[in-house]
Design a binder for this molecule. Structure first.
Ligand code: ADP
Ligand code: MG
Length: 683
């Protein structure tokens, strides 16, 4: 067997200095190398005659050398020229600064050349071609893989190294997928697939090889995640909360009737809480679907059962908003809530920490400050994290350690189609609130071009005259933070001075200190500001019920999921709300995307469309959560494979939960490697 952990340095053709270049690409071992997949292929296998070649195309020609190479000097550069020809025409091959070519060709010898054809003024040239003596296939005569390369490593060098590596492993890789599965899905074996993905004989061959490798990658990830969940359920004993204090009691205390969806997820949560297994649940619900009420009910049950609860929010202002809401509902029940954020006085903090440790605080609501080492609970039983994509798995772990396996509820407003949720959060159980409270007014959404600017401004004026407030979100600027700042400030000045001199305009951006940000947000909330110009920092759920207009500049630059999140900042009060998407460009995709936003307010529909219109790479880029990284799979394109894989993974674990059967040993090894990478240790 071959040692896949062998450092790349020792692969033929590498050596220490090339090893360093490979390391920069994240390639450290033989395994890394052979799983460094091509981004595309170039078909250099189909020859054309000089007559048939077209100007500007890259082509393979089969020619005879008609002269010696002639070198001419052009200032600092040299040019090498060779006369060539086939049965249809004569031509010239030219290179620059390649003096060594002078002795490379023999008159009358046949060569294959691949390069760009220049066919002007009745003269045919092939520019800087790669070539082989006829019959050899180092650079021509076959399909060439193109790798994603940056640093100073050339395609030719990496290809040569890859060839050596494949030679070394081919025939020696042990199969990872069970035999039955290969047969069932007609997948090629690992050795063939690995060779073919790098060096396909025919362009179509690589598809099948790719399918196999995608299948394997998704299966291992899914198994690892499911195993993690299974492991949690089985091995980790959590708290069994009292069956005496029913969430129902709390539900009846709300000034509104909970939606059926809220009630359903609460049943799921209550079942988890009462069972001795540790709850690890993701609660998904669109903005405004009422996740806070759900969190409150869970916290109520935890406290009534004699435990403390921690509620974590991504920003101080959100934490404060939660505190306000919690106190409204829970103080009268004798439940004591407290806020812990950074920046409070040392004295105050010490007092809080002491009360927390003595159990005088029942529910601690806060930001990252809650994670700090000196924060100790008396008996933490429930942890709720809001807007979870801002908290990594590690932070989740850290807060968990502050109790004896407390139950965990992760809340997210980023709707994800279920198939994806299974792979993204395979380690969590999932509850979905798929219904908004009744009588929510649909946020009227309009997509407008720059021509409508004045009408939009008039519309904002009218609403402000009626006592409302508006958000204006700045364009996403790509070149970096500094430009973003400039664009926020410039836009704010323009609006304040030229368009809305009579109103109070303020701005908000990510580079401001958290305290400044909170200050501005608070002023807006208290209606001391009419128009808030902002970057996407307002994405997170702060409630300003009086604001009813959301204007998004250059909306075409945002992902749909993000537009939806931004839009969710309005429509939180009794007023009819509006979202105005200003966009530029008339590409079909842009128009389709704007139409999706105008047509629906349903976050799940939007996220599916977003996937469809953008592909998963972009989609996840904007979601910024700690996804497993895929080397070859693309969750969007490979959705069909993912669905098959999910069925198989569940079936395998149903039959052999511990992966102990002999035929699953290889799976087990790879799955354990995955788990190690996820940072959770082997099973
Ligand atoms: P999110 O899921 O975005 O966190 P919130 O929990 O902030 O949503 O709820 C949004 C608003 O809806 C809040 O003002 C909340 O009081 C209200 N709300 C929640 N559930 C209901 C319901 N069942 N009926 C009416 N209003 C509700
Ligand atoms: Mg919320």
């Amino acid at each position: 067997m071959v040692d896949l952990n062998k450092p790349v340095q020792y692969i033929k053709g590498v050596g220490p200095s090339r090893a360093e270049l490979l390391n920069k690409l994240g390639i450290f071992t033989l395994q890394d190398l052979i799983t460094y997949y091509p981004r595309a292929y170039e078909d250099r296998s189909k020859p054309k005659t000089l007559w048939d070649c077209e100007d500007g195309e890259e082509a393979l020609i089969e020619v005879v050398a008609k002269s010696k190479v002639v070198e001419t000097r052009m200032g600092k550069r040299t040019m090498q020229k060779l006369m060539i020809g086939d049965e249809t025409a004569s031509a010239e091959a030219v290179w620059f600064n390649q003096t060594y070519l002078k002795s490379k060709f023999s008159i009358g010898q046949k060569y294959r050349m691949y390069g760009k054809i220049d066919k002007k003024y009745r003269k045919i040239q092939i520019v800087s071609p790669v070539f082989d003596e006829y019959g050899y296939t180092q650079n021509t005569g076959r399909i060439i893989p193109l790798y994603p390369l940056t640093y100073s490593l050339s395609q030719n060098v990496l290809r040569k190294i890859m060839e050596n590596a494949i030679k070394e492993v081919y025939g020696n890789l042990s199969e990872t997928l069970p035999d039955g599965m290969l047969k069932k899905y007609k997948l090629p074996a690992i050795n063939e697939a690995t060779k073919t993905i790098h060096f396909p004989k025919e362009l179509k061959d690589f598809e099948l090889a790719r399918t196999r490798l995608v299948f394997e990658e998704l299966l291992m990830t899914q198994l690892a995640l499911l195993k993690l969940k299974y492991h949690d359920m089985k091995a980790i004993k959590g708290i069994a909360f009292s069956k005496e204090y029913k969430i129902e009691t709390m539900i009846e205390r709300f000034p509104f009737t909970l939606t059926n969806a809220q009630k359903r997820v609460l049943q799921e949560i209550e079942r988890d809480m009462e069972s001795p297994k540790m709850m690890n649940r993701l609660l998904q619900g669109d903005v405004g679907s009422g996740k806070t009420a759900v969190a409150m009910c869970a916290a109520y049950k935890a406290v009534k059962s004699g435990y403390q609860a921690a509620i974590m929010a991504p920003t101080a202002i959100l934490a404060a908003q939660h505190l306000e809401n919690f106190e409204k509902m829970l103080t009268s029940l004798g439940i004591r809530c407290e806020l812990l954020i950074s920046g409070i006085t040392k004295k105050k903090k010490e007092a809080i920490l002491q009360k927390l440790q003595q159990g005088e605080i029942n529910i601690l609501i806060g930001t990252h400050a809650v994670l700090e080492d000196d924060v100790a609970f008396k008996n933490l039983g429930l942890v709720v994290t809001d807007e979870q994509h801002r908290f990594g798995v590690r932070q989740r772990d850290k807060i968990t350690k502050k109790g004896q396996n407390p139950d965990i509820l992760v809340m997210s407003a980023t709707p994800i189609p279920r198939t994806l949720a299974l792979i993204l959060y395979g380690d969590l159980d999932i509850s979905i609130i798929d219904e908004l409270p009744p009588n929510r007014k649909k946020i009227e959404t309009f997509a407008v071009t720059k021509r409508m600017q004045e009408r939009v401004d008039q519309f904002i004026k009218k609403q402000i005259e009626e006592g409302r407030q508006a958000y204006i979100v700045c364009p996403l600027v790509e070149e970096g933070e500094d430009n973003t700042l400039k664009s926020v400030i410039e836009l704010a000045e323009k609006y304040q001075k030229e368009i809305f001199p009579e109103y109070r305009v303020a701005y908000l951006h990510g580079k401001m200190r958290p305290k400044e940000k909170d200050e501005i947000m608070l002023q807006f909330k208290n209606h001391e500001i009419d128009i808030l110009i902002s970057t996407t920092v307002i994405e997170v759920g702060v409630d300003v019920p009086n604001s009813n207009i959301m204007v998004i500049e250059d909306a075409q630059r945002f992902g749909l999921a993000q537009l939806h999140q931004l839009r969710g900042r309005v429509g939180r009060g009794e007023y009819q709300s509006y979202c105005i998407l200003k966009y530029e460009g008339n590409g079909e995709t842009i128009r389709k995307r704007m139409k999706v936003m105008c047509d629906t307010n349903d976050g799940f529909v939007i996220s599916e469309k977003d996937l469809e219109l953008r592909g998963s790479g972009d989609f996840f880029g904007t979601m910024q959560h700690g996804l497993p990284e895929f080397k070859i799979a693309n969750l969007f394109e490979d959705m069909a494979i993912l669905k098959k894989v999910q069925g198989e993974a569940q079936e395998i674990l149903r039959q052999d939960a511990e992966l102990k059967l002999p035929e699953n040993q290889l799976l087990r090894r790879v799955v354990n490697q995955k788990l190690e990478k996820l940072g959770t240790g082997t099973l």
